[in-house]
Design a protein around this ligand. Structure first.
Ligand code: OSB
Ligand code: MG
Length: 370
């Protein structure tokens, strides 16, 4: 594929409801959509940065800068026959994994479209549908939390995840377990606790949680190993895992029993597949995380989640759970048995709604090879 043109769009989509986590409240999702044009084909990717470095050190501005000034000049005009050749073009850029992942995913889409196969097939996916769950933000009251949980269960979701933070944890977990004794339930702290909170996690062991996601520091691996020693409930790492090397270290130290894979956090689909394969070798389940993506990112997430060791339900929910109007069609829906279809058309397998995309674009820039 010859890289002829690249376009970046800073998009801002309004969420159907504010999403509150231990990191703050989000009312809109601001990401960068990347389009790559190559020999008559357009590939699309989503860079899952946020306006401020609350989840990751990267932001919309840093990713734009690194793509515009570093990575795009290094790829424009090049001809690639494999994705790993493209990765070589920017291997000198340290960090900035979300920026890299956004571009890499657009290149995967180009390649799959040029081969006329689905992105799922190109990545090595083996499933046509994947089990999906929903991630529920922190709620102002127990009643509203129970209302949210019932509502999503009725829609079919195969598991419920709730966000927690100190003082906003056990009472919600207890109330949900009392009302729904059998559901698959997990919690995500987004690094809100310290090792001094071990008694809170010991209490959580009474509520049959599938896993506890990222309880401690966002870059920590060692303290999680000390906490995991005290608990039977599996710890799942999200923020702390940026590469297959981090995953290897976390597994060697027994810091977690499960890993959440987000391509943006680890630098793209290629690195995600390495982590997936490492975990498969070690019998460690993985699941696909989410960054409140638009339909462009979601389509790629489903393709990746169709690989065999994504054995737990992903944070991949229906379009309408996030936005009143998505920027792709068809919109993503969840079935009554908690599954979502993996797109099977060429590439990411969805059509971009250009008018809708323009309506949510706040800034754009295009780059052409000379
Ligand atoms: O920690 O998994 C997380 C959203 C933004 C940033 C971090 C996280 C999340 C979610 C949302 O939990 C998952 C989704 O996309 O539905
Ligand atoms: Mg998380």
């Amino acid at each position: 594929m010859l890289i002829e043109r690249i376009e970046l769009r800073h998009v801002k989509l309004k969420l159907v409801k504010p999403f509150e986590t231990s990191m703050g409240v989000e009312t809109h999702e601001e990401h960068i959509i990347v389009r790559v044009d190559s020999e008559g084909v357009s590939g699309w990717g989503e860079c899952v940065v946020e306006p401020l470095p609350t989840y990751s050190p990267e932001t919309v501005s840093t990713a734009w800068h690194i793509l515009r000034d570093g990575i795009i000049p290094a790829v424009l005009g090049n001809r690639y026959s494999t994705i790993s050749e493209a990765l070589d073009s920017w291997s000198w850029v340290r960090g900035h994994r979300m920026a890299k992942a956004g571009l890499e995913s657009a290149l995967w889409d180009v390649m799959a479209k040029q081969k006329n196969i689905s992105l799922s097939s190109l990545l090595g996916g083996t499933r046509r549908t994947v089990d999906v769950g929903v991630s529920i933000g922190m709620q102002p009251s127990i009643e509203s939390m129970l209302g949210e949980v019932s509502n999503f269960l009725e829609q079919g979701y195969a598991r419920i995840k709730i966000k927690i933070a100190p003082e906003r944890d056990l009472k919600f977990i207890k109330a949900i377990r009392l009302k729904f004794p059998e559901i698959t339930l997990q919690v995500d702290a987004n690094s809100a606790y310290t090792l001094g909170d071990v008694d809170i996690f010991r209490d959580m062991e009474n509520y049959n949680l599938l896993l506890i996601e990222q309880p401690l520091g966002y870059e920590d691996i060692y303290d999680h190993s000390l906490l995991q020693r005290e608990l039977k409930t599996p710890i799942c790492l999200d923020e702390s895992i940026h590469s297959v090397g981090d995953a290897n270290a976390a597994l060697a130290l027994k810091s977690c029993q499960i890993i959440n894979i987000k391509p943006g956090r680890v630098g793209g689909f290629s690195e995600s597949i390495k982590i997936h394969n490492l975990c498969a070798d070690k019998n460690i389940p993985v699941w696909h995380g989410g960054m409140l993506e638009s339909g462009i990112g979601r389509a790629g997430n489903l393709a990746l989640a169709s690989l065999p060791n994504f054995s737990l339900p992903g944070d991949i929910s229906a379009s309408k759970r996030y936005f009143t109007q998505d920027i792709v069609e068809p919109e993503f829906v969840v079935t009554s048995d908690g599954k979502m279809d993996v797109p099977d058309k060429p590439g990411i397998g969805v059509d971009i709604l250009e008018d809708q995309l323009s309506a949510v674009t706040v800034e754009s820039e295009e780059f052409r090879s000379n």
